[in-house]
Design a binder for this molecule. Structure first.
Ligand code: ADP
Length: 401
């Protein structure tokens, strides 16, 4: 079985073709600048096939982008499958499922309507995801499609975790609550850890740190997300590449009044100019920050210290939410690659039974146990694989049809 996984943005579309049973990746790539000048990237994973990097292809709409992907996948010379009939289903990443979806679902008219109803909760992301689904329906009629939601895994959170302390009618009428994101990633790495340990996930208390451009920490008790750091939107929680994370909301009022800024301008600052970029003035990329800090840049050092300290505290709070911790996991760009940041974050947690092993920790982008032999809590690096989860969910749901 081959599943096409689609992650559609407003002017971009990431894709992967993979076999969820063998976990074999056949091809992956990216359509960028859709509706502008169209750049197409294709990375076949089969020897002898040619990679295309950001080549010019006219893609006025998402439907044209999907057509380009399909034509390339079945191209007699450079393709990885013989015909479109070898694509059994499409799995779509959908950012927001609100309270309507606690798991992945087969897409039909009702599901589409429900995803549209969630647009006010994710005005930038859900419309792009819907465009991607409609484009696939147009170009691949009759091929089953499944929606996999970033928020679904967190629907198990109890009210005490998801309620904000504002008048209850804003929750009842406007659905303002903590939703949490990166669910597919937290779900995948927690299950992988249980598999590696050979322990049923029902018996484990796991804290997952998804640290990338966007970052979140999740508390997973018995395989269920019970508290998470991202909130109503992905702006909440940890400081990130360019996002501020949790902050005193009075700062918004102060900026508007004292800098004569509109709410749009303030939100733009908090989403795009804050986080480690805003503090360091150097970059949102942790590689640049680590380099600048090593060269003596004080603000880069403060930005890294702040990010590590707040992540460190979040791990403590996730453990408190579960009255314990058995496993700590690092994943995503920073979590998988930066030994220095992992060590800074996980040090000073020996009171909870966590001891990171300096030598074992020197790994990049591979699964590894990085705690000492006498650490009560197992610490892992587990590369995330959101596309594989989407493909596996899609295959499972389609075969139940
Ligand atoms: P996204 O949240 O966009 O999916 P990723 O999970 O790909 O992001 O993470 C991207 C971030 O990972 C980059 O901004 C970069 O700071 C960080 N990163 C990647 N490789 C390294 C590395 N070797 N050392 C430190 N940080 C890294």
């Amino acid at each position: 079985m081959n599943i096409l996984v689609i992650n559609a943005g407003s002017s971009s579309l990431k894709y992967q073709l993979l076999n969820p049973d063998t976990k074999e990746l056949l091809a992956k790539g990216l359509c960028e600048r859709i509706g502008i000048d169209g750049k197409f990237t294709y990375k076949p994973q089969i020897a002898g096939k040619e990679t295309l990097s950001a080549v010019d292809v006219a893609m006025p709409t998402h439907a044209e982008a999907i057509k380009t992907v399909l034509n390339t996948l079945v191209d007699p010379k450079n393709g990885v499958i013989a015909s479109m009939s070898e694509i059994d289903a499409v799995g779509h990443r959908v950012v927001h499922g609100g309270e309507k979806f606690a798991c992945s679902v087969l897409i039909d008219d009702q599901v589409m309507a429900a995803i549209e109803e969630c647009i006010p909760l994710a005005p930038l992301h859900n419309p792009a995801n819907i465009t991607g689904i409609k484009a696939c329906e147009e170009v691949m009629p009759g091929v089953p499609m499944v929606a996999v939601f970033d928020t679904a895994f967190h629907q198990t959170m109890p009210a005490r975790s998801f309620i904000y302390a504002i008048p209850y009618e804003y929750y009842e009428n406007d659905h303002i609550r903590r939703y949490g994101f990166h669910g597919t990633s937290h779900h995948y790495v927690s299950q992988r850890a249980a598999e590696i340990l050979g322990t049923p996930i029902e018996l484990l208390k796991i804290v997952t740190c998804h640290l990338g451009n966007g970052s979140s920490v999740d508390a997973i008790a018995g395989g269920k997300s019970i508290d998470t750091s991202m909130g109503f939107t992905p702006l909440d929680g940890l400081p990130m590449g360019t996002r501020c994370g949790s902050l005193d909301v009075s700062i918004i009022e102060y900026l508007m009044e004292n800098h004569n800024m509109s709410i749009e301008e303030v939100m733009n600052v908090l989403n795009k100019k804050s986080g480690v970029l805003g503090v360091s003035g150097v970059s949102s990329d942790f590689r640049d920050l680590e380099k600048a800090a090593a060269e003596g840049n004080e603000r880069a050092k403060v930005a890294i210290d702040m990010f590590c300290y707040k992540t460190h505290k979040r791990i403590g709070s996730a453990a408190a939410a579960m009255n314990g911790i058995d496993v700590l996991i690092f994943t995503a760009g920073v979590g998988e690659n930066s030994a220095e940041l992992r060590e800074k974050i996980a040090s000073g947690l020996d009171f909870m039974g966590l001891k990171i092993d300096h030598t074992r920790n020197q790994v990049h982008g591979e699964e590894a146990l990085i705690s000492t032999d006498d650490s009560r809590v197992k610490i892992f690096v587990i590369p995330t694989n959101e596309e594989l989860v989407i493909a596996q969910d899609t295959a499972r749901i389609v075969s139940q049809k």
